[in-house]
Ligand binder design. Structure first.
Ligand code: FES
Length: 80
């Protein structure tokens, strides 16, 4: 079994988050509801990353799954 995440897309997803709300970020790359977890990781070595939004508004969440600043896009997708 590979420990490399699947690249869901080589571009981030723009999502509107609510301050104080918890979200589950997909780290395996196989979720059909990117950038969030849909449970597809089960049976793999991956687990979703829970995070709490700090502010209301739009954020760009990583879909290439190679960011060093999960769940946020850090531009790494450009070098894949
Ligand atoms: Fe992964 Fe931009 S989408 S770093």
């Amino acid at each position: 079994m590979s420990d490399q995440p699947t690249i869901a897309a080589k571009a981030p997803a723009k999502v509107t988050l609510q301050a104080g709300k918890d979200y589950w970020f997909c780290t395996c790359g196989k979720s059909a509801t990117q950038p969030f977890c849909d449970g597809t990781h089960k049976g793999s070595s991956f687990a979703p990353k829970k995070f709490t939004a700090e502010k209301d508004g739009d954020s760009w969440l990583c879909q290439c799954k190679h960011t060093a600043n999960a769940p946020f896009c850090d531009g790494t997708h450009k070098s894949l």
